[in-house]
Design a protein around this ligand. Structure first.
Ligand SMILES: [Zn+2]
Ligand SMILES: [Zn+2]
Length: 131
């Protein structure tokens, strides 16, 4: 059973990798992989890949219900700071605006290399789980 799940996961990540410059909703991925990976599996797999920082989640338009996902290459991500959860590995990308605020607080005496800087801590989900 476990191998089967891994194979589905590879199909999903492979799909995103092949279309790395495009955004997809779970429904769109499920349609492209129909007959290979079912909707609920695509849903579960994209959620876990997104939590691991391997997919970038966003919305096409403000107020949209369905999120879109895109392949994420951590080496190509620059211009902002990252927050990483030590428990589940979730990666949060700070906006460039927030990154600039933090650089401002640090001041002019020190140039922060935001591309190389990751702040480690515990994410909201894991804090709740530990309660
Ligand atoms: Zn976490
Ligand atoms: Zn980033």
């Amino acid at each position: 059973m476990r191998d089967y799940n891994t194979k589905q996961k590879q199909l999903v990540i492979g799909f995103f990798e092949e279309n790395r410059d495009r955004d997809f909703t779970v429904a769109e991925v499920a349609e492209c992989l129909s007959g290979k990976v079912g909707f609920s599996s695509v849903y579960r797999i994209t959620a876990s890949l997104s939590a691991q920082g391997r997919l970038k989640k966003s919305f096409r338009e403000e107020g949209d219900k369905a999120a879109v996902y895109r392949y994420f290459d951590p080496d190509a991500c620059s211009g902002h700071l990252h927050l990483k959860c030590e428990e589940c590995g979730a990666l949060t990308h700070l906006s460039e605006k927030d990154t600039m605020e933090i650089e401002k607080i640090i001041g002019s005496g020190f140039t922060l290399k935001s591309d190389k800087t990751t702040l480690y801590g515990v994410c909201q989900n894991c804090v709740k789980r530990n309660d």
